[in-house]
Design a protein around this ligand. Structure first.
Ligand SMILES: [Zn+2]
Length: 215
């Protein structure tokens, strides 16, 4: 009996192995192709601003150069952009790398012990990041609309601070910061402004989506 069971197990094992071996050839998926309109992207004010805020004007220059010229070895990139040393350009590359706007691969040159870094830009990532910012703002605006519809708000017109009815009552309708008299806020106006902002952002998201195509 024991022998038979052992044999069965062996057969099962063999089958498993052959299955695993076959799988990759059966399941070959085509890699997704991302097509991106670089000129359109780099002409967007918010795209340029995002990169400059992240890595400065110099970082933008590095990013644009990598997009235009493709993956490049670090020292070559530093030389082309007239950086004194590769170390000096690394600061900007790392800032871009923090948001995955660039990535690197390292290779050993010959038998020597040090690595050479090749950097590559990922402009499609920039589209994703800006889109994410807009989507987050839309979420916030929607929350604010719900809040404004449900509550009464008061505002200090000097410091622009907003108070809920309960707080305003507790403070005797005075601002906790400057003691100014609080005014009742027209929530319909706030809601209207937020709704306008949401449709403005949705329009921006639509334009961003036109820049990037996944085939
Ligand atoms: Zn005030």
């Amino acid at each position: 009996m024991a022998k038979k069971i052992k044999q069965k197990r062996k057969i099962v094992k063999k089958n498993k192995v052959s299955k695993i071996k076959k799988e990759p050839t059966v399941k070959q998926q085509k890699p997704q192709k991302v097509i991106i309109n670089i000129n359109k992207l780099l002409s967007l004010e918010e795209a340029v601003k995002y990169v400059v805020d992240l890595s400065g004007e110099k970082g933008l220059e590095v990013f644009k150069y990598l997009i235009a010229h493709g993956p490049m070895e670090e020292n070559t990139l530093a030389r082309k952009l007239k950086f004194e040393k590769a170390n000096a350009i690394r600061k900007f590359l790392y800032k871009l790398y923090n948001k995955n706007l660039v990535s690197y691969t390292k290779k050993k040159k010959g038998a020597k012990a040090w690595y050479t870094y090749y950097w590559k830009a990922s402009p499609e990532r920039l589209v994703f990041l800006i889109k994410k910012e807009y989507e987050d703002e839309i979420k916030q605006a929607k929350k604010s609309i719900d809040l404004n519809k449900a509550n009464d708000f008061y505002i200090c017109e000097t410091c622009n601070r907003q108070y809920e009815l309960k707080q305003a009552l507790e403070n005797d309708f005075r601002c906790a910061n400057c003691n100014g008299v609080l005014m009742h806020m027209e929530t319909s106006q706030i809601v209207g402004e937020k709704e306008n902002r949401i449709s403005f952002l949705n329009d921006k998201i639509r334009k961003l989506s036109e820049i990037i195509k996944i085939k």
